[in-house]
Design a binder for this molecule. Structure first.
Ligand code: ADP
Ligand code: MG
Length: 254
């Protein structure tokens, strides 16, 4: 009885809990009282004007930025400055950046094997098996021995997604993954993200791809000046934004 209750609590607990998160860059108050709870399997799109704190907020979740007040909990682990704690959280959280951030001197396959081998201590053989599986999923396995510089931006971004997935994260964070791409390459990356969403991956995506948001998001979060100003299902947010700031923002991007 007790055991069953404990298991149940564990499986229904939110994967990410952000409570009254505040951050400053020097004197500049960049995040103001951010509260956000993400359930397992939820797909969240974060949008808002440039400079509103979207990147800073998601970078705080895996401690690429340090916050000064409030609490971030990932899979029950509350973030501290302790290196072990940060490592434990980073094992659970994958991140994909605007500019791919692949190592240019390593092949696609080597890029994907690096963390599984050095962080998870897997053998090269095992790491390569995992990597090839994910490279197949993003339809790039045939280019495994190329270097990033020999590939298009869309291909590099798909590699970056595969590389993250090799660590078997519980949550994926995307920070404007398509905004550095030529228009014809946006779809191939969004298609991979849509597939991931359909497979049940928990995702927080900073993106202005509103078609994507309408297709996959359970919730859209609109940020402005370091605050969450609005939070609603996509049809409600796009159809009937409540705040003047969200209305202005939507008029500018469509
Ligand atoms: P967004 O991703 O919504 O465009 P950011 O989180 O990148 O916004 O930035 C929010 C604000 O914080 C901006 O005004 C930006 O100039 C500022 N900022 C971002 N990074 C730094 C930093 N390392 N030092 C000082 N200010 C920063
Ligand atoms: Mg940003």
């Amino acid at each position: 009885m007790t055991t069953a209750t404990a298991v149940r609590q564990e499986t229904t607990a939110p994967i990410i809990e952000i409570e009254r998160l505040n951050k400053w860059y020097g004197d500049f108050h960049v995040l103001r009282d951010i509260d956000l709870t993400v359930e397992k399997g939820e797909r969240i799109v974060i949008c808002g004007p440039s400079g509103s704190g979207k990147s800073t907020m998601i970078r705080c979740i895996n401690h690429l930025e340090e916050h000064q007040m409030g609490r971030i909990t990932v899979d029950g682990i509350t973030m501290t400055r302790d290196v072990k704690c940060i490592e434990q959280i980073r094992h659970r959280v994958g991140m994909v950046f605007q500019h791919f951030n692949l190592f240019p001197h390593l092949t696609v396959l080597e890029n994907c094997c690096l963390a599984p081998m050095w962080v998870q201590k897997k053998s090269r053989r095992e790491a390569e098996d995992i990597a090839m599986r994910y490279l197949e999923r993003v339809k790039i396995a045939h280019q495994a021995n190329k270097y990033p510089g020999q590939m298009s931006g869309g291909q590099q971004q798909r590699v970056a997604i595969a590389r993250s997935l090799c660590m078997h994260p519980d949550v994926m964070l995307f920070d404007e993954p398509t905004s550095a791409l030529d228009p014809e390459m946006v779809k191939e990356v969004l298609d991979v993200m849509i597939e991931l969403a359909e497979e049940g991956m928990t995702m927080l995506c900073v993106t202005h791809e509103m078609g994507f948001a309408r297709t996959v998001a359970d919730r859209v979060i609109f940020m402005d000046e370091g605050q969450i100003v609005e939070e609603a299902p996509p049809e409600e947010f796009f159809g009937n934004p409540r705040s003047a700031r969200a209305k202005t923002f939507l008029e500018q991007i469509v």
